[in-house]
Design a protein around this ligand. Structure first.
Ligand SMILES: Cc1ncc(COP(=O)(O)O)c(C=O)c1O
Length: 401
């Protein structure tokens, strides 16, 4: 048995349970005074009343002024979103303007010239581009490994290991607990081992708990399922390491890439229905994956919730839900486009995690997938209606052009 198979043959921990969602919905209730608005304040101010000076001539402590001074440091609307996300992550959270801003905030202020980072070869392409265009020229040595290849990768040479699981778009799954244990035991950073950063975009904390599995930092695009309404870009960084979060916040303030107030408010509102949306998406995605399995139009189905998924053993000990994204491989690009064009309930678009079912051929962006590979993002339509529509579109895709 290879080393990795032996490591993976026995569960070493219980799957960290999804947190109760009620406290996310009620996080504001305890601090409310009679007459307060139930929804969080949508505060458009760029600056906050800040009279007086501190003992050394600096402005008075913002905490003494209600916590706000200038909106690049923070706003009441961010504070509401960070508090809700903090409950969901059970960690300190910094909100940022996109998933890429979250990834940049976790990498750029942390890595220094001479450091070594290991990134996914098969994950979201912009993460690789960020490394190639900004880390490598800054003197950081960057290596790439596929998500399945992580199991046997030697992590001892690294200061930082970045994991995206399930990977986008191939939906392969890395064992976070195993990677974190090996990275911490062997990595280079200050005798503490390598820092482990997990991109938890596709599952959200309801489907997977990287920090409970041993990761140091979570990054996420809240543009996807977490907000879920295709109306705002956003992201967040979460960690239980105060020193690291101070660096992330410092980076956010000085780089100046901050989340807009309106976006923060929209994401807070989207988050309130995450639990019900995510349950529907995951249930429908499994039903779609089962429908596609064995359908004559579909050559291969990738879905972490299927029992024959290549990483099913890791899924079982790490994930509490398999997510709303399904990979479907059709015979060729034309058959894939027929499927997308024929389905009444499929919006042709990029991105995933929205309320409407959506799809695109990922090869059009240069992802290393077959031309007929479709990333299907399952929405919240009634499951039976969606299945009927997709079955019809799959039949159409099976017809000769
Ligand atoms: C896994 C993953 N991480 C990060 C991002 C970047 O998110 P954003 O578009 O919000 O910057 C994406 C976008 O598709 C993604 O799929």
């Amino acid at each position: 048995m290879p080393d990795s198979a032996a490591r993976h043959s026995a569960a070493r921990h219980d799957v960290p349970a999804a947190p109760p969602f009620g406290p996310v919905l009620h996080h504001r209730a305890h601090g409310m005074a009679p007459g307060d608005a139930i929804s969080p304040p949508l505060v458009h101010a760029s600056a906050f009343h800040l009279p007086g000076a501190g003992p050394d001539g600096a402005p008075a402590e913002p905490a003494a002024q209600g916590g706000f001074q200038y909106a690049r440091w923070g706003t009441p609307t961010w504070a509401a979103l960070e508090a809700a996300l903090g409950v969901l992550e059970d960690a300190d959270v910094a909100v940022v303007p996109s998933g890429m801003a979250a990834i940049a905030a976790a990498l750029l202020p942390v890595l220094r010239p001479g450091d070594r980072a290991l990134l996914p070869a098969d994950g979201y392409g912009a993460t690789r581009a960020l490394a190639a265009e900004h880390l490598v020229p800054a003197g950081v040595h960057v290596d790439f490994v596929s998500t399945p290849g992580l199991a046997d990768a030697d992590l001892s040479a690294y200061d930082l290991v970045f994991v995206e699981t399930p990977s986008n778009p191939g939906l392969r799954v890395a064992d976070i607990a195993d990677v974190a244990a090996r990275a911490h035991a062997n990595g280079r950073r200050d005798g503490k081992g390598a820092l482990v950063v997990v991109d938890n975009t596709s599952l959200t904390p309801l489907g997977q708990r990287p920090l409970d599995l041993g990761a140091d930092v979570v990054v996420a695009s809240d543009t996807k399922a977490l907000n879920g309404h295709s109306d705002a870009l956003g992201g967040h960084v979460a960690s239980r390491d105060p020193e690291l979060m101070a660096r992330v916040r410092g980076w956010r303030t000085l780089a100046g890439g901050i989340l807009g107030t309106h976006e923060a408010w929209l994401i807070h509102r989207g988050l309130e229905t995450l639990e019900v949306r995510f349950a529907r998406m995951c249930a429908s995605a499994l039903a779609v994956a089962e429908l596609a399995t064995g359908h004559p139009a579909v050559r291969a189905v990738a879905y972490p919730g299927l029992p024959d998924h290549p990483d099913a053993a890791i899924v079982a000990r790490q994930m509490t839900a398999a997510g709303g994204v399904v990979g479907l491989e059709f015979a060729d690009a034309a058959a894939a486009e027929r499927f997308i064009g024929d389905a009444a309930y499929v919006v042709a678009q990029t991105s995933f995690g929205g309320t409407h079912t959506a799809a695109e051929r990922r090869a059009r962006w240069g992802d290393d997938v077959p031309a007929g590979f479709v990333r299907l993002s399952v929405g919240v339509e009634p499951t039976a209606e969606l299945l009927a529509d997709l079955a019809r579109a799959m039949d159409a895709a099976a017809e000769p052009a």
